[in-house]
Write a protein that binds this ligand. Structure first.
Ligand SMILES: Cc1cc2nc3c(=O)[nH]c(=O)nc-3n(C[C@H](O)[C@H](O)[C@H](O)COP(=O)(O)OP(=O)(O)OC[C@H]3O[C@@H](n4cnc5c(N)ncnc54)[C@H](O)[C@@H]3O)c2cc1C
Ligand code: SF4
Length: 331
C-alpha cells in the first residue's frame, strides 16, 4: 500500500497554488483512473487534492448561441443524460454512453475523462517493463512487442500508445475548447491542441503544466451538431475501450455534403482529425458510397501500421464511413 494524504479545499486559487508548488501532489476528481494508476504503481503521488468541493465546476449549461459549457466536475452519466447535450450534440452523449460502465460513469468526471492515461498494457503493468511513458528513458516495450491495439498515426519510436478517451474524439470533431486556470491565469485551449503526439517526451500526454486545473469544456455552436454520431468498435460489446472509433458530424445542402467533421479514436496518441477526408467529402452525396470511401481514403495515405495492427487501416475507414452515414441519416 502506497501511503498518501488527502486534502479537500473549497477555494480554486488555493487548490491551484498548492498543486503548482508541490511536485508530489495531484488533483483527484472521480478517482476512477487515478486510483487504478496508483494500484498499478504507474503513479505514486504523496498527496491527493480532492477537487470535488471546488465551486461552480459541475454545471452543464446550454448557451444561448447554441453551444454548450460543460463543467469539469460534471459526471459522465449526467452529461450523457442531459437533454441539451443529447439534442444539440448526440455525438457527445453517445461517446459517453459507450464508455466504461454505469457505475464508473456515475463517478467519473469530464475533466478526468480527457486527462485519463493510455491503456497500453506495458504502461499499466506492475512489473515495470520498459515504458518511456511510465519511466522516461527505459524504452518502449510495445514498439516491437504486443502492439495490436496501438497507433497507426503520429507515433514515434519512443511511444506507440493510443489515447483511450471516447469523449475526446467527439470533442475534437466538434473543435471544442478546454478552459483551464493555472498559476498564471485562465486560458482556452483548442481541443485538437490539448493532447500531444509522443515525440521523444511521451510521458507528457497533454499541454497542461503543473497546477493547471481544467474548469470546463466549451463546445461552440455547430450546424453539424445535431446530425452527429459516435461509432465505437471494440473487442467485446460493453465495458471495453475502443479498438477503433469515429466521431462524425455532417451538414447537408441541396442533397450534398456542405460540411463534414470527422475524428478517430484508437489510432493515435491523441484524437485524430481526418482533415483531408473532410475536404474531399465536400460536395458529395451521402448515397454515393464509392465516392465517400475514396474521400475517406485521403486521410489514410500517411498511416504507418505497426507489426500487428495493419488491419486498423481498413477497419478505421469502415468505422468512419459508418459514423458518417449514421450521422447523415439524422438530418
Ligand atoms: C474498467 C474501466 C473501463 C473504462 N472504459 C472506458 C471507455 O470505454 N472509454 C473511456 O473514454 N473511458 C473509459 N474509462 C476511463 C474513465 O472514463 C476514466 O477513468 C474517467 O473518465 C476519469 O475521470 P475521473 O473523474 O474518475 O478522473 P480521476 O481518476 O479522478 O483523474 C484522472 C486524472 O485527471 C486529473 N484530473 C481530474 N480532473 C481534473 C481537472 N479538472 N483538471 C486537471 N486535472 C484533472 C487527475 O489529476 C488525474 O491525473 C474506463 C475506466 C475503467 C476503470
Ligand atoms: S507504447 Fe508508450 S505507453 Fe506503451 S510501452 Fe511504449 S512507451 Fe510505454
Amino acid at each position: 500500500m502506497h501511503p498518501f494524504t488527502l486534502s479537500r479545499p473549497t477555494d480554486i486559487s488555493a487548490a491551484i497554488a498548492a498543486c503548482a508548488q508541490d511536485t508530489h501532489l495531484v488533483f483527484i476528481a472521480g478517482g476512477t483512473d487515478l486510483i487504478g494508476l496508483m494500484k498499478d504503481r504507474a503513479t505514486l503521488p504523496h498527496r491527493l487534492l480532492d477537487i470535488n468541493r471546488l465551486p461552480d465546476m459541475a454545471q452543464i449549461e446550454a448557451l444561448s448561441d447554441g453551444g454548450l459549457r460543460i463543467g469539469a466536475l460534471a459526471r459522465m452519466s449526467d452529461v450523457a443524460a442531459n437533454p441539451d447535450v443529447r439534442s444539440r450534440f448526440p455525438v457527445i452523449a453517445e461517446s459517453l454512453l459507450f464508455a466504461a460502465s454505469g457505475q464508473l460513469r456515475n463517478m467519473a468526471t469530464i475533466g478526468g475523462n480527457i486527462m485519463q492515461r493510455t491503456r497500453c498494457a506495458y504502461f499499466r503493468d506492475e512489473d515495470d517493463l520498459p515504458c518511456n511513458k511510465r519511466r522516461p528513458g527505459s524504452g518502449c516495450a510495445a514498439r516491437y512487442g504486443l502492439n495490436r491495439n496501438h497507433a497507426i498515426f503520429g507515433w514515434s519510436d519512443d511511444c506507440v500508445a493510443t489515447n483511450p478517451s471516447d469523449l475526446a474524439v467527439a470533442l475534437a470533431a466538434l473543435d471544442a475548447n478546454v478552459l483551464m486556470r493555472g498559476p498564471s491565469g485562465q486560458r482556452s485551449i483548442p481541443f485538437t491542441d490539448f493532447h500531444r503526439l509522443p515525440g521523444n517526451t511521451p510521458d507528457r500526454d497533454n499541454v497542461l503544466d503543473r497546477g493547471d486545473l481544467i474548469m470546463a469544456v466549451e463546445v461552440p455552436p455547430r450546424t453539424e451538431g445535431r446530425a452527429s454520431h459516435y461509432f465505437k468498435l471494440r473487442d467485446r460489446q460493453s465495458y471495453e475501450f475502443a479498438l477503433v472509433s469515429a466521431g462524425a458530424a455532417v451538414a447537408i445542402r441541396s442533397g450534398r455534403i456542405y460540411s463534414a467533421r470527422l475524428a478517430m479514436g484508437g489510432v493515435a496518441h491523441k484524437p485524430w482529425r481526418l482533415k483531408a477526408a473532410e475536404s474531399a467529402l465536400r460536395g458529395l452525396s451521402l448515397d454515393d458510397v464509392d465516392a465517400l470511401k475514396a474521400a475517406l481514403a485521403a486521410s489514410f495515405t500517411d498511416a504507418r501500421p505497426l507489426a500487428q495492427n495493419a488491419f486498423k487501416i481498413e477497419l478505421a475507414q469502415r468505422v468512419a464511413l459508418r459514423a458518417l452515414q449514421i450521422a447523415g441519416a439524422r438530418i
